[in-house]
Design a protein. Structure first.
Ligand code: PHE
Length: 339
């Protein structure tokens, strides 16, 4: 045998491997050349009887044969298997039912927030943001809340340490915004709030508010009433009624609480509004000059209004939800009704 014969054999082997139509045929090629009684082991044994001058070259060719045939066999095996998989794929059946994909929907709380952002955007408000973990300064002191005010009590506030707490209201965002920029200011701030409330049908230790703040040179209580009423009509429908009742907050003076007429019973009385025909939304008022002083705004030069809104309360009357807890259970059967 000559070195060139080995080259010729290699060419033949590679052709056979590349043309093998089935896995069995391919295996036969492998056995024929590389098997224990195959042609290659024969060649290897024959090397020692060869002309010493040709032996190194013949050895190299033999190794190349082994290597390249191995590669070609692997490539061909993969191709045969892929073709087999394709052939076994079930033919398309247009009558089978489609795959059902569980598709989520916007949570009612998110829907109310998004709608409120849209409505206030139309009045020139932008969205501001603050942290859930607040300082005592932002949540209480700067908002003119006296040191002995009951809302600071451990019974109402989740304190993390002496100075840090989970915000009990979105009002601290008012402070953060005013500390950071000069009037005019017109922002709303939706976000989570936390209070040590015992959970029942209308209370939750974790709820959402939307804060509003408008500061400029001539802002009046009439602006506050007009804007909240406009909001209520956009959110609930043109026939909603809004009522303002005198109240007290340390950070507004004068202060009000305000209610929307119940969207479910149109004021007649139902379970959602607890038969009163009204739902308390939250508080509002004219920014207390002491708050302006705390953030470095000149109290003689500026006036402003601020309001809070209970998002869950709005969602409850808007969608007729009788129990606030339904909003947190994440039962899909409940949530998919709002998609
Ligand atoms: N922060 C008050 C509350 O949570 C609501 C409020 C906001 C009142 C802004 C007045 C002005 O009850």
């Amino acid at each position: 045998m000559k070195a060139n014969d080995i080259q010729e054999l290699k060419r033949q082997a590679l052709d056979e491997a590349a043309a093998a139509p089935t896995a069995d045929a391919l295996e036969a090629v492998r056995v024929k050349y590389l098997g224990r009684k195959g042609l290659l082991p024969d060649i290897m044994t024959g090397l020692k009887d060869m002309d010493p001058a040709e032996r190194p070259l013949a050895g190299r060719y033999a190794n190349e044969l082994k290597q390249e045939l191995g590669d070609t066999l692997a490539v061909r095996r993969e191709a045969i298997e892929a073709a087999g998989r394709a052939a076994h794929r079930a033919p398309f059946d247009g009558t089978l039912p489609g795959n059902w994909r569980a598709c989520g929907s916007r949570h009612p709380v998110s829907q109310v927030i998004e709608e409120a952002v849209r409505i206030f955007h139309g009045l020139g408000f932008t969205v501001a943001d603050g942290p859930d973990l607040e300082t005592e300064w932002h949540n209480f002191d700067a908002l003119n809340t006296p040191a002995d005010h009951p809302s600071r009590d451990v019974q109402d506030t989740f304190w993390l340490n002496d100075k840090t707490l989970l915000r009990t209201q979105t009002s601290p965002v008012q402070i953060r915004v005013m500390e950071g920029r000069r009037p005019p200011v017109r922002i709303i701030a939706p976000g989570r709030c936390y209070r040590r409330d015992t959970t029942d049908a209308t209370h939750s230790a974790n709820f959402h508010q939307i804060e509003g703040l408008y500061v400029d040179r001539q802002v009046s209580m009439a602006d506050l009433k007009g804007d909240i009423t406009h909001f209520a009509r956009e959110m609930m429908g043109a026939d909603v009624k809004v009522r303002f009742r005198p109240h007290f907050f340390p950070f507004t003076e004068p202060s009000v609480e305000y209610d929307f007429s119940c969207h479910m019973c149109k004021g007649a009385g139902c379970r959602v509004c607890k038969q009163s025909g009204w739902i308390e939304i939250s508080g509002a008022g004219m920014v207390n000059p002491r708050v302006f002083a705390n953030v470095g705004y000149e109290p003689e030069a500026f006036t402003g209004y601020a309001f809070g809104m209970g998002v869950e309360r709005i969602a409850m009357i808007k969608f007729g939800i009788e129990d606030i807890r339904l909003l947190y259970e994440n039962d899909v059967r409940f949530l998919e009704q709002f998609s």
